[in-house]
Design a protein around this ligand. Structure first.
Ligand code: NAD
Length: 449
């Protein structure tokens, strides 16, 4: 294989880059390649996403329209549903979903389908990068063989194969694709070198590792670390609740240790496409290799229980402060996406709180500036407004996902009772605010009417 052509094309930005999957991960990456000067095409099976990008509109909430339009005007960014665009690509970057199967195991269907499609158009000297989160061995042991079988070419001999995990945190205003270091692990040293060259054109720091497996595991370890820590602090919140101790004060006190402690905070649970999903890929690898793997199942159990426990606390707060059983109460839930300022409800703990509150018979409405409607198994709800009249008509307003667009001061002024399940109001206090993680004795028992 003569790698000089590809190297030259990467150096001169004349390489054509295809990004497969124009979602929360793929679109920001495609924009960075286009900004770096490459002609970039985004390939997606979802025509609505392709149409949006073609019209200069963003189909995902972590990318603004204004970021797309100039690149469309300059002709550096295209979008297509036609896989034959891969024929002319020098680089293909796969950013398709890696969800869970109905039984909770890794679901690699999207990676396999994308691989089979790409294999039809694969050509010698092409650089193929998998960015989708996956278990150790997926790049070498699953994607590689699919590409080889469909193309008749050999990874490492005819084309280059790399794993470079997506590590973005949608909504994070400090860290973006560009300033989050990129791990690059190729199936050969040359693949790693060329992968690093590609990402060095648009990412501030590129970190080569010795194999795809190291990069695959690093991604799983990062997210699992977060999942286990959040579940741990939620368990501590429950313990502090039993002990009558203020968990926030405990965390603040622990934080004064200048080393070896990283603060996490109580919440209704972890949601999203990544943090609760990725550890299951690690667990599957442990099981496959004969390890029991104790921590992830324990964290799963806590995470699954949290929304129900939050509704238990809500039920108690309404009973104590309003004097009504939940079944007779009207409740406005504020913020239902899986995290603040993101229009994504996948695996959202707040949606599970909504479902549980609904299932217990309360009259439930929600407000979310990012999510105009939500479909539950039995009902479709539309986001209500936050006028003073609307807010004051509910027995309780429950703060779930802390979107920054919400005027919490106004909400507190007009609500009869505010039940905070998160950190949105911390350390704000008002007589009609109950933070469910504070000991009952510390919250003044007054309801504004
Ligand atoms: N969303 C995040 O915050 C985030 C962060 C880090 C890593 N990741 C990882 O990135 C990957 C993608 O996640 P996402 O959130 O961008 O998903 P997404 O659902 O937002 O986007 C994936 C896109 O891929 C498209 N797609 C599916 N099969 C395809 C195919 N065969 N050909 C072309 N397009 C196809 C879908 O239509 C969709 O538009 C996952 O592995 C995820 O774990 C996501």
């Amino acid at each position: 294989m003569n790698d000089h052509d590809l190297e030259h094309k990467l150096r001169t930005r004349s390489a054509r880059v295809a990004v497969v999957g124009l979602g929360y991960a793929g679109l920001p990456m495609a924009l960075e390649f286009a900004r770096a000067g490459f002609a970039c095409v985004g390939l997606d099976v979802d025509i609505s996403r392709v149409d949006a990008v073609t019209r200069g509109r963003s189909p995902v909430s972590n990318v603004a329209d204004a970021e797309i339009a100039p690149l469309r005007r300059d002709g550096r960014l295209e979008a297509s549903t036609d896989p034959s665009v891969l024929r002319r690509a020098d680089v293909a970057v796969i950013c398709v979903p890696t969800p869970l199967t109905p039984t909770g195991g890794p679901d690699l269907r999207f990676v396999e389908t994308a691989g089979a499609t790409l294999g039809k158009y694969l050509h010698p000297e092409m650089l193929v990068v998998l960015q989708s989160t996956c278990g150790p061995g997926t790049t070498s042991g699953s994607l590689g063989p699919i590409l080889e079988q469909t193309s008749g070419l050999r990874a490492g001999e005819d084309f280059y194969l790399v794993f470079a995990p997506e590590r973005i945190d949608p909504g994070n205003t400090r860290f973006s694709v560009k300033n989050t270091p990129k791990l690059v692990g190729g199936t050969t040293p040359e693949a790693t070198r060329l992968g690093c060259m590609l990402y060095a054109t648009c990412i501030d720091e590129v970190v080569p590792v010795s194999s795809p497996e190291v990069a695959e595991l690093a991604k799983l370890v990062e997210n699992t670390f977060r999942f286990i820590n959040i579940s741990f602090i939620n368990e501590m919140a429950l313990l502090c609740d039993r002990l009558g101790v203020n968990v926030w004060e405990v965390i603040e006190a622990a934080k004064t240790k200048p080393f070896a402690f990283l603060p996490h905070y109580p919440s209704p649970g972890v949601g999203g496409h990544c943090i609760p999903v990725v550890p299951q890929y690690l667990q599957a690898a442990a099981t496959e290799h004969g390890l029991i793997g104790e921590l992830i199942p324990a964290a799963n159990r806590i995470n699954e229980a949290m929304p129900r426990l939050v509704v238990d606390k809500l039920e108690r707060a309404i009973s104590q402060r309003v004097g009504k059983p939940l079944i007779n109460a009207s409740v406005l839930l504020v913020g239902i996406t899986y995290k603040a300022d993101i229009a994504d409800i996948r695996e959202s703990a707040a949606v599970r709180v909504l479902e549980e509150t609904f299932a217990r018979g309360a009259q439930v409405a929600y407000h979310d500036p990012m999510m105009p409607t939500v479909r539950l198994p039995d009902v479709t709800l539309s986001s209500v407004g936050l006028s003073d009249a609307e807010v004051s008509s509910y027995d309780a307003v429950v703060l779930l996902t802390p979107h920054t667009k919400i005027d919490y001061d106004r909400l507190i002024r007009s609500a009869r009772l505010v039940v905070d399940t998160h950190s949105a109001l911390q350390p704000r206090e008002a007589p009609n605010v109950v933070n469910i993680w504070l000991p009952e004795a510390a919250t003044p028992a007054v309801v504004l009417t």
